[in-house]
Design a protein. Structure first.
Lengths: 72, 704
């Protein structure tokens, strides 16, 4: 599954990325393989989303979240 | 030591870096510009305990040395450029102690560049209240550098930092964090031989960023490109490897130096606020209420200081015209320079008030939530969540609104926002709309309570808004960008605003506007003054003679004569000649040459329209008396046809023209300043004029 499929309050562990260019940016922001993420909020219009990762809150669009592969 | 030590502050956004900069330098700072980018270059002088002083440079907030926007590139550029005047002798990495893991990534990059470095752990109070215990001595030993805990908001630890700067050596002491050479051994080796790098990591950074570095020549950049191909270097997979290695170093480090008190975890205060402020339903309502408050405040609070400034300048003009001898110089001073100056200063209250709110919203962390909530909507039309605030502010005045686009990192989104913001109906259009609506729209109520004139005014605002959205959508398709659009943004924790920081920001914005846009505005005002005061000498002399004779004739009203004289002079002036020469072009829109003059003079500022119409139709008394201007205009007849000049068709055509046309020198000046290029203001001027012309044409031809 990928990050855009989580529901609010759900957690997952990052396993891999589907887009290398995007993965570099995400990793710099602390989204690394092995890191636990939790979906905190969804914007009122359904996109973007906000997650907790590495101890802080990060928001991204669903299209970017879809490049992050998770395992439960 | 003869030369002053240079110290650069570098760190992630939202780490309190600017507050620390203010604490270190006090009011002893200068805001300038880095060449080619739009980040403010803030430098200041800090006094050290040993009596020496050092120059502090505040670099833009970044998460990594790998730049994601043009503005971010400046950070590595400053650290690399050997010839640059800013290259620091010491770098202070400012890290948010409550979020060390991500913040230390930038530290490890800077440390590997082999520049002397000090690590500051800011917001140590937040970390402690989150239950984080950081062993600072251990961290310091493991990294091989001084680590200082600071609470910049309360000015705690700043003296320790100053002492550490004073004690800093010019030799880098830090231990290497990762084995950089292993990432690309041959390539790093070859670049290190051919370029003056002080560390393998600097060589690797050159490999990644050579295309963006202005201090490299094209040949140098091409050479690196060739080397990369030779060693089949792949930039993004290499960066990914590097980042993984850096985080594994950081994880080991934090495992040894930081302990987390689990009992302090749980739902944070910030998270609970977010549940309300970004709520599906209440989130949007609260946002609209806040916007309403900001907007109302700009109009209500700015009104008094604005009319005070206007009155003060009016009094100054009157006083000067009494005490100064008649002549060209007095006229230039009063109607050129002072009129221009007053046109600049009158915007100040709105700018200061808007930036007060923007600074508060930014500082508390709410602005990031606005972006978060509005991104989807704005993205559909080619804008960005952060475009909302500039667009709304544009209803007060496009100048501060365009200055507010600096928060948009993505260059394309930012340019589009700048290009469309002036379409929002700003307050300078209000007198023009009010005059024209009162001329042609009957003062009636429909359905018993809706004022027809009010509805017409509301429609003008809506037209402006939809024009801005539509134009953005078209530009999204046209403007090309190398940057890939993405949205990965930190939502910082909510904090109380720092009032001194906000005061400083308001002061800076005001100063920037007056000094940078002011020059251009005054220059154009003087040019317009020359155009409307001077004309072919023989014609002007003839008018002077005519009125001199008339003035001697007994029984003539001297005051009326003065008005008629200035009307005739304006007609004979270069502006008048221009007005007549553009008449064939504007005739299809329903305008005569008199309106043409007003179009030319209101190029400096839209509200000048009313004053010019007053002069042309030689209105009695002060030019800003709307009622008397209206009476004159409604009785104005076309000398050829005998029909009224201001028909419904002409008035609506004019209103649409003013809605779309770029008639504001201040905006052009600020767009030039913010985009650093003459290209964008010209494109804006061209597209808006074209829109104005065709909208006016279509409306006039349909309604006439």
């Amino acid at each position: 599954m990928n990050l855009s499929e989580l529901t609010i309050g759900d957690c997952g562990t990052i396993v891999d990325f589907t887009d290398q260019e995007m993965s570099v940016k995400l990793m710099e922001m602390g989204c690394l393989p092995g890191e636990l993420v939790k979906l905190e909020q969804v914007a009122p219009l359904g996109d973007p989303i906000a997650i907790t990762v590495a101890g802080y809150k990060l928001s991204m669009r669903k299209q970017e979240a879809a490049t992050i592969l998770l395992k439960r | 030591m003869s030369e002053q030590l240079k110290v650069a502050l570098i760190g992630n956004p939202n780490t309190g870096k600017s507050t620390l900069f203010n604490d270190l330098t006090g009011l002893n700072q200068k805001v300038g510009n880095f060449p080619g980018v739009t980040v403010d270059k803030k430098t200041g002088i800090a006094k050290l305990p040993n009596g020496h002083s050092v120059e502090i440079i505040d670099l833009p907030g970044i998460y990594s040395l790998y730049a994601k926007s043009r503005d971010e590139q400046i950070a590595f550029e400053v650290l690399y450029d050997r010839k640059g005047t800013l290259r620091p002798d010491l770098v202070i990495v400012v890290a948010d102690a409550s979020n060390l893991k991500r913040n230390l990534l930038l530290y490890t990059q800077v440390a590997d560049l082999n520049i002397p470095v000090i690590l500051v752990l800011n917001m140590i109070d937040v970390a402690e209240s989150n239950g984080l215990k950081i062993d600072i001595n251990k961290l310091s030993n493991k990294l091989g550098i001084r680590v200082i805990a600071v609470n910049a908001r309360q000015n705690k630890g700043v003296d320790d930092l100053k002492q550490a700067i004073a004690n800093a050596t010019r030799v880098a002491t830090q231990l290497r964090t990762i084995k950089v050479e292993e990432l690309a051994p041959e390539l790093i080796g070859e670049i290190s031989e051919k370029f003056p790098v002080s560390s393998p990591y600097e060589a690797l950074q050159l490999a990644h960023q050579h295309e963006n570095l202005s201090s490299l020549s094209t040949e140098q950049s091409d050479l690196i490109e060739t080397l990369e191909q030779k060693h089949s270097f792949h930039s993004s997979s290499n960066q990914a490897k590097e980042t993984v290695a850096r985080y594994s170093f950081i994880n080991d480090l934090l495992f040894d130096c930081v302990t987390q008190d689990e009992s302090a975890k749980g739902e944070t205060f910030s998270n609970r606020i977010d549940k309300v402020l970004t709520h599906r339903f209440f989130g949007l309502i609260i946002f609209v209420l806040i916007l309403f408050l900001v907007f109302q405040s700009i109009f209500t609070f700015a009104e008094y200081p604005m009319s005070f400034i206007e009155t003060a300048f009016l009094n100054l003009e009157q006083w000067l015209s009494r005490v100064m001898p008649d002549g060209v110089f007095t006229n230039l001073l009063i109607n050129g320079v002072i009129a221009g100056l007053s046109g600049v200063l009158v915007f100040l209250p709105q700018i200061v008030i808007l930036f007060f709110f923007i600074a508060v919203l930014e500082d508390t962390g709410y602005m990031a939530r606005v972006t978060f909530m509005m991104d989807k909507l704005m993205r559909k039309v080619g804008l960005n969540g952060k475009s909302v605030v500039p667009l709304i502010s544009g209803v007060a005045c496009a100048v501060p609104a365009i200055m507010a686009t600096r928060t948009i990192e993505n260059w394309k989104d930012r340019v589009i926002t700048i290009l469309v913001t002036p379409l929002m109906s700003c307050s300078a259009r209000l007198p023009v709309y009010t005059l024209l609506i009162s001329l042609v729209v009957p003062d009636q109520k429909i359905l018993g309570f809706l004022s027809l004139q009010g509805l017409a005014l509301l429609s003008m605002y809506l037209i402006g808004f939809f024009a801005a959205i539509g134009a953005a959508w078209v530009m999204k398709k046209i403007v090309r960008s190398r940057e890939r659009g993405y949205f990965i943004m930190e939502l910082p924790i909510y904090r109380m605003p720092r009032w001194s920081h906000i005061g400083l920001q308001m002061y800076e914005k005001a100063k920037t506007f007056v000094s940078e846009a002011g020059k251009i505005i005054i220059a154009v005002s003087v040019i317009l003054w020359v155009l409307s005061t001077y004309g072919p000498a023989n014609k002007m002399a003839a008018i002077d003679n005519k009125y001199e004779t008339l003035a001697k004739t007994a029984g003539n009203d001297q005051k009326l004569l003065e008005q008629e004289k200035s009307a005739e002079k304006l007609e004979a002036s270069y502006a008048g000649i221009l007005g007549r020469s553009i008449e064939p072009v504007i005739k299809p829109l329903g305008y005569d040459w008199k309106i043409g003059i007003a179009l030319i003079t209101s190029f400096a500022a839209r509200e000048v329209f009313v004053g010019t119409m007053a002069t042309i139709y030689s209105v009695e008394g002060e030019g800003d008396n709307l009622v008397s201007v209206r009476q004159k205009l409604s009785s104005a007849k076309n000398p050829e046809t005998g029909l009224p000049v201001f028909t419904v068709a002409t008035a609506f055509s004019l209103m649409l023209f003013y809605a779309f046309a770029m008639q504001c020198v201040s905006t052009i000046a600020i767009v030039y300043r913010e985009t650093k290029s003459i290209k964008w203001p010209l494109i804006q001027l061209a597209y808006m004029t074209a829109m104005a012309y065709f909208a006016g044409l279509i409306v006039f031809q349909l309604l006439k």
